[in-house]
Structures are given as structure tokens and as C-alpha cells.
Design a protein around this ligand. Structure first.
Ligand code: ZN
Length: 82
């Protein structure tokens, strides 16, 4: 696995203390970051605590725990995939 550090911090990045991870103010910013790590297959999803923040992550815990499928999760998060 290779991690490339961006030359400069991406715009619109913040830190979500509730989720203890980076967040983005727009889905576009999240997607921009995602493109830097294509092999990670991360997806933007809305922060469950703060509607104004997008996170970029692998499968959420609820999916890992088998509580719901990834599709159900992203539907619930309001993501439009098309
Ligand atoms: Zn969050």
C-alpha cells in the first residue's frame, strides 16, 4: 500500500472531533481527496453528527458489523450515486 502525501493541504478540510477524523465542507472536496488515493476505494459520506461535513472513509462500522449493507448506509447518508 502506498500513501502519497498531497503537496499542499486540500481546501475545505477540517477535523471532526465527533468522528475523530478529517472532514470536508463539500462533497467535491471529499472527492478531490479521494482521487489522490484511488487504490483505497474510499467513498464520501455525510457526517452522521454534522450535516455540513463530509467524510471520506472505508466501510463504516455499521457495515462492518453487519448491521446494514453499504448501499443502505449510503442511501441513509443521502448520497446520490449517478
Ligand atoms: Zn463527523
Amino acid at each position: 500500500m502506498t500513501y502519497r502525501k498531497p503537496a499542499r493541504p486540500p481546501k475545505g478540510k477540517t477535523y471532526c472531533r465527533d468522528c475523530r477524523k478529517y472532514g470536508f465542507y463539500t462533497r467535491r472536496d471529499a472527492k478531490r481527496m479521494e482521487k489522490q488515493y484511488p487504490e483505497e476505494q474510499m467513498r464520501p459520506y455525510r457526517c452522521p453528527i454534522d450535516d455540513n461535513i463530509w467524510h471520506l472513509g472505508h466501510l463504516p462500522n455499521a457495515v462492518r458489523n453487519g448491521e446494514m449493507s453499504a448501499d443502505e448506509w449510503y442511501d441513509a447518508a443521502g448520497e446520490v450515486t449517478a
